[in-house]
Design a binder for this molecule. Sequence first.
Ligand code: H2U
Ligand code: ZN
Length: 345
Amino acid sequence: MDFTETTHRRFNQLNGEWVLVSPHRAKRPWLGQVEKTTPDNRPSYDPKCYLCPGNTRSEGAVNDNYTSTYVFTNDFSALLPNSETGVYKDNLLLAEAERGICKVICFSPNHSLTVPEMTVEAIAHVIQVWIEQFKELGSMNFINHIQIFENKGSIMGCSNPHPHGQIWAQSTVPVEVSKEQAHQQAYFDANGRTLLEDYVALELEKRERIVVENDTFVALVPFWATWPFETMILPKRAVQNITQLTDKEQVDFADCYKRLTVKYDNLFEVSFPYSAGVHQAPTDGANHPEWHLHMHFYPPLLRSATVKKFMVGYEMMANAQRDLTAEQAAARLKDLSEVHYKQKM
Ligand code: H2U
Ligand code: ZN
C-alpha cells in the first residue's frame, strides 16, 4: 500500500480506535477560519499574573516568592477530596460520586518563558516535581489515578501564558487511560512484553516516524496519530510510572521535551499550542507490568500559525480523520532546527 496515495484506515494499538487517512486531500484550498496570532513579548514578571511569584491569586491566596517551581492546590478544583461517596442508580440513570485533588504547577518563576525556552536542567526539575507529586498523591488510599498535563496556548483554552501545568488525581481511572490500560493488558498477557516496548523497537528499526532521540528516550509521530502534528515521548525501556525513572532517564526525558517543543515552535514560528499529558500506571496498589509510561502531545495547528485542524463534522459524528500522513508530519518535524527561532532573530 502506498500511504501517500491510498485512502486508508490505521489502527491505534494503544486505544483500539481507527483513524481515517486521506493523503490526497492535503492540497485542497482553505477558505475557513484564520485566527490572529498574538505577539509573544511578555515581561519576566507581570504584576497582574495569578501565577507569578509573590502575587495574590484570584481567590486571595498569595504565592510564595518561589525561585524554581511552585505547586499549589487549584483554587477552582474540579475534583475535591472530601466530597461524599456513593452510587445513584435508577433504571437507566447511573451516577457515581467521584473524589480527587487538583493541583497547579508553575514550571518557572519567569513569566516570559515557555517549556522550549527553558533549560534542560530546569525542565528536569519540573519532572522531579512531577515525581514528588506522583509519590505523594499516589500514596493516598482514595487516589487511584494521577493525570499530569500541560495545556499550552489560548487556542487550547489555557487561561494564562505563565509556564505551568496541572495535576488531576482521582479515585477512578479516567476514560482515555482505561482504553490504553485494556489494550496494554491484552498485549502483555499475550506477549510478556509491554506493547510500547515492542512498538518503540519497531519504530527505531524503521526510522520513518522518529522526531528526536537520545540514549534512553524517543519522540515520534505515532503510526496512528490523529492530530496533524501529534507526537508521543516515551522511554525505550518499559517503565510503569515516573518514579521508576533513573536520574539519567529524567534528564533524557527533559531533553526530548525541550527538543520536541523547540521544533514545534519552529514549525510555524509561533509559540506552538498543544495539550500534552503523561499516561502511566494507575496508583491502585496493584502491579502493572503491562504499563509503559508515555507522554502524548496533541497540537491543533495544521498549516500555519493560524489555521488549525477542527475535529468536527465527520470526526465528531463518525471517525477521526487526517490528511497529512504520520510519516509526512514526522519528516517535517525532523527537518526543523533545534535552535529556537527567537534565538535566531
Ligand atoms: P489552564 O492553564 O488550563 O488555564 O489552567 C490554569 C488553572 O489554574 C485553572 O485550572 C487555576 C484554574 O482553576 N487557577 C487557580 O487555581 N487560581 C487562580 O488564581 C487562577 C487560576
Ligand atoms: Zn506570571
